[in-house]
Unconditional design. Structure first.
Length: 114
């Protein structure tokens, strides 16, 4: 049940982030350019995205890694499903967190200027 809720939340976040991009949200290139800044700000302790950034890094490592919980060679399609779910969650998390980070940067710039 908990896994289903987490997947539902991931799919909801992905849909919300994709829809916000269609309604004038940050472009994909702007989001990708924000990733290194987000990781640096998190590492310096300025941005509070530590656990989320760590979870995204772990998900990326899992997808890229040759070690897999459900190997494709043994379980065929079922082995690909866990990767697809992880990639979908990762995409939603990156979209959602970069939106949050860009808003944080905007608020921070207002404080510095104002």
């Amino acid at each position: 049940m908990a896994k289903t809720l987490k997947r539902t939340a991931a799919f909801t976040a992905l849909a919300r982030a994709l829809m916000s991009g269609a309604r004038g949200g940050p472009s994909l290139s702007r989001r990708l350019a924000a990733l290194p800044r987000m990781m640096k700000a998190t590492a310096r302790g300025e941005y509070d995205g530590g656990k989320r950034v760590l979870a995204m890094a772990a998900a990326a490592a899992y997808v890229i890694s040759p070690v897999d919980f459900i190997p494709e060679a043994v379980f065929l399609v079922f082995g690909l499903v866990d990767d697809a779910v992880m990639i979908t969650w990762l995409a939603g998390a990156v979209l959602s967190e970069t939106t949050r980070f860009l808003e944080w940067e905007k608020q921070r710039a207002r404080v510095v200027v104002g």
